[in-house]
Design a protein around this ligand. Structure first.
Ligand SMILES: Nc1nc2c(c(=O)[nH]1)N[C@H]1C(S)=C(S)[C@@H](COP(=O)(O)O)O[C@H]1N2
Ligand SMILES: [Mo]
Length: 257
């Protein structure tokens, strides 16, 4: 199944691999093929592999340079102010269908049990990088907040406004980056809120101070510059309603690898 998915991605003619995360969506045939692959992968993971782990690598496999993609540095004044203060005032808010709202500082996130994992990040643009990520499991945070009836999705709100590129379908305006996952991925052991890459605090480019790692999905799901987590029963109220910045522009919401 995993191989079939990769073959679908690599089967797209090189000429379609232009720039940005839109390469696949420029061709409707390629899009249809990829969409059927996405749905098959979603069903496969949900029915057969709920707890299946993404492959983990050894320290020797770590890429010397983890490419920065998408936003390189948020221009949002609030994020700029927090960065200038070394993120001591940064708080991750956890709101929505929770029993207790949370507001977590970096030291609080670091005080939770930590998971370190060396995984491969695959971007739809056609590049990959292997990195070692460290942070608390999202499951621990959701255990602390509790979930209320109706909770179905975890939505991640980021600090950056990313500009839509004219060639893409769907919404084109500059808008806030966000992403979302279902509860199966939310409680998966490899779903962490990473504050470190290769043993160092996240660089600005790689998503400081904290980013999502949801290792069984593609690069665009790995939301950087996290500000808030919302537990929701529907994706309709967020952004363009499709569950993420790139899903609003034609990408699959479930981006299984
Ligand atoms: N907030 C935010 N998260 C983001 C992006 C972004 O532009 N803004 N780009 C996505 C894409 S397409 C990829 S491939 C990865 C890139 O992460 P990196 O810069 O650490 O390589 O982040 C994803 N998460
Ligand atoms: Mo990407």
């Amino acid at each position: 199944m995993i191989l079939a998915r990769r073959q679908l991605l690599t089967a797209v003619p090189a000429g379609l691999m232009l720039t940005g995360c839109d390469a696949l969506t420029r061709n409707s045939t390629a899009k249809a093929v990829v969409e059927s692959g996405e749905q098959a992968t979603y069903r496969w993971q949900r029915l057969a592999g709920r707890d299946g782990l993404a492959r983990e690598f050894s320290a020797a496999d770590i890429s010397p340079n983890f490419k920065v993609n998408g936003t390189h540095e948020p221009t949002n004044p609030e994020w700029q102010r927090l960065a200038a203060g070394k993120f001591t005032d940064w708080r991750l808010k956890v709101t929505g269908l929770v029993q207790r709202e949370l507001s977590l500082s970096l030291p609080q996130l670091r005080a939770l049990p930590q998971r370190t994992q060396i995984t491969r990040h695959d971007c739809v643009e056609g590049w990959s990088a292997i990195g070692q990520w460290t942070g608390p499991q999202l499951a621990h945070i959701l255990k602390a907040s509790g979930l209320r009836d109706g909770a179905r999705y975890i939505v991640f709100l980021c600090a950056d406004d990313y500009g839509g590129e004219p060639a893409k379908g769907g919404l084109q305006s500059k808008s806030r980056y966000y992403e979302s996952i279902d509860l199966v991925d939310a409680v998966h052991p490899q779903t962490i809120l990473a504050h470190s890459l290769n043993g160092q605090p996240l660089s600005t480019g790689n998503g400081a101070p904290v980013r999502l790692r949801v290792e069984r999905q593609l690069g665009y799901k790995q939301a950087k510059y996290l500000m808030q987590i919302v537990v929701a029963d529907s994706l309709a109220p967020f952004g363009g309603g499709k569950g993420g910045y790139w899903p609003d522009r034609g990408y699959e919401w479930f981006a299984g690898t």
